[in-house]
Design a protein around this ligand. Structure first.
Ligand code: UTP
Length: 475
């Protein structure tokens, strides 16, 4: 009898023999495929996660809240206007020097939106229905022109959506961006396990693998060569944003300036939570370190606490906007398994899998565990980490759900409110309701304005005022 492949023996020794239960039934190319997937798995890591995350009951695995206090942040509303102006000038200088690149994490599965295709290809603007990727591309192009330095743009994809994402950009001629400055790379994958820690099979010839979370971006940036490219190009700062948020100030000179002037290795933006139950992570300090505590981990009585001014005490909500120093990313990326590594989180999910008889199971409730890394877990390891306030209306309106809160409809409305604010600030007689939503549908292309300043410059150059009619588009 031929001896088993060494990888199969390794899996057997690790108590994961079920991964190869149907190996002998597979055709040679399917066997090769399964072996290649198995080779991606770090069995020691899975064993450690099984012991620390899967075997623990919910309470034992809970977050340690001792010594937790709200994190300080740099206020924008009522803040030090001179210091904000100084930060903006420093950020503009860094942009003119070409020290900044953009980074979009687009490897998520977007299950809540239920859209077939990479989320970045979802149409999102109110009049023209431009896709998320097009909005970001045009913002980055416009910012590059403004500062005289075209920006590099890194886009993290997943195994599932990589080819479709690249094809989409090629099909649309990179929306006018220089293709040599747009860099796609895949994030890592992790296997899902059942509640006894056994790695699940999706089919007889493939393992149930899924993206390793947005925190996987740090190691993927390193592995893909992105950090080396940044170094060669003299880029030391990466502006991180999510693929689902077209309102984002993807390139924000004030944020960049604060980050650089404070010598921060990782900085984040906060918005005051709209209400206590709002599902945002909380910026907190713990034993002198900056941490983000997820909404599900901070007890509701703490989320409801107010301070002397009547505001929520834990009001600093995280909106997933960060600046990262290149060498900090490298340090974090290479710290796997050490005390300073990002921790994995456990998510109990319904995972399509096959059972021991090889029959597909469509679980009605969670049947296993996925492991994910979160990028904000890098904050406690950063030198001089910083949180600054931003205005939600000008930075954050994600498309998460098909309907209701954080949906395409709320996002389109928030874009219209933003465009209306910019126009009204320059005297346009737009009719808006109490929430600032204009009576007409309208859209401002990023080439005309991607923030207040760029909009003001274009507006001043106009010789004829636009007619304020439904479907107005400023390009
Ligand atoms: P979400 O937490 O909204 O997850 O990701 P999701 O997978 O996109 O959507 P759901 O939960 O399945 O509905 C926030 C951001 O992080 C990226 C997403 O693409 C999005 O930009 N992300 C998330 C990754 O790049 N990789 C991951 O493994 C997870």
């Amino acid at each position: 009898m031929p001896s088993a492949h060494p990888l199969i023996t390794e899996f057997q020794r690790a108590g994961q023999a079920q991964v190869f239960a149907f190996f002998d039934e597979l055709a040679p190319d399917a066997q090769a495929h399964l072996l290649a997937e198995a080779a991606e798995i770090d069995l020691a890591e899975i064993d450690r996660l099984n012991r620390t995350l899967v075997a623990q009951s919910g309470a034992a695995a809970g977050v340690n809240l001792s010594g937790l206090v709200p994190a300080p942040y740099e206020p924008l509303v009522g803040g030090d206007a001179v210091a904000w102006e100084r930060a903006k000038r420093a950020g503009e200088e860094a942009l003119r020097a070409g020290r900044v690149a953009a980074f979009t994490v687009a490897g998520g599965q977007g299950t809540r939106l239920g859209y077939d295709g990479p989320k970045g290809t979802f149409p999102v603007t109110p009049v023209l229905g431009k896709t998320l990727f097009q909005v970001f591309a045009e913002k980055l192009l416009a910012a590059g022109r403004r500062y005289g330095r075209p920006l590099h743009w890194f886009i993290m994809t997943s195994h599932q959506n990589h080819a479709a994402t690249e094809a989409f950009f090629a099909e649309h001629n990179f929306f006018g961006c220089d293709a040599a400055r747009v860099h796609f790379f895949r994030q890592g994958r992790m296997p899902a396990v059942d509640f006894s820690g056994k790695i699940l099979l999706e089919s007889k010839g493939s393992i149930a693998l899924s993206p390793d979370g947005h925190g996987g971006s740090l190691r993927a940036l390193d592995r893909s060569g992105a950090l080396e490219l940044m170094k060669r190009e003299g880029i030391d700062t990466l502006s991180y944003f999510q693929v689902d948020n077209p309102l984002v100030r993807a390139i924000d000179p004030s944020f960049i300036g604060w980050h650089l002037l404070r010598g921060s290795e990782m900085s984040s933006k906060m918005v005051p939570k709209a209400y206590a139950e709002e599902k945002l992570g909380h910026f907190c300090a713990q034993n002198g370190r900056l941490v983000v505590v997820e909404y599900s981990d901070l007890p509701m009585p703490m989320q409801r606490e107010t301070d002397a001014s009547g505001q929520l005490r834990y009001r600093a909500g995280s909106i997933a906007l960060h600046l990262l120093d290149r060498e900090f990313i490298r340090r974090m990326a290479r710290s796997d398994g050490s005390a300073v590594a990002l921790p994995f989180h456990r998510a109990d999910k319904k995972i399509p899998a096959i059972d021991a008889a090889g029959q597909p199971v469509k679980p009605a409730q969670a049947n296993g565990v996925k492991f994910e890394l979160f990028v904000f877990d890098a904050l406690p390891f950063a030198q001089n980490p910083l949180v600054i306030e931003t205005l939600r209306a000008g930075d954050f309106s994600p498309v998460k759900n098909a309907e209701g809160l954080d949906s395409p409809q709320t996002c389109r409305d928030d874009q219209r409110r933003q465009f209306a604010r910019w126009l009204k600030a320059h005297g346009a007689a737009l009719v808006t309701d109490a929430t600032g939503l204009p009576a007409i549908n309208l859209e401002v292309a990023p080439s005309f304005g991607y923030d207040e300043d760029s909009f003001a410059e274009s507006w001043a150059r106009q010789t004829v005022q636009p007619a304020l009619v439904d479907g107005l588009v400023l390009v």
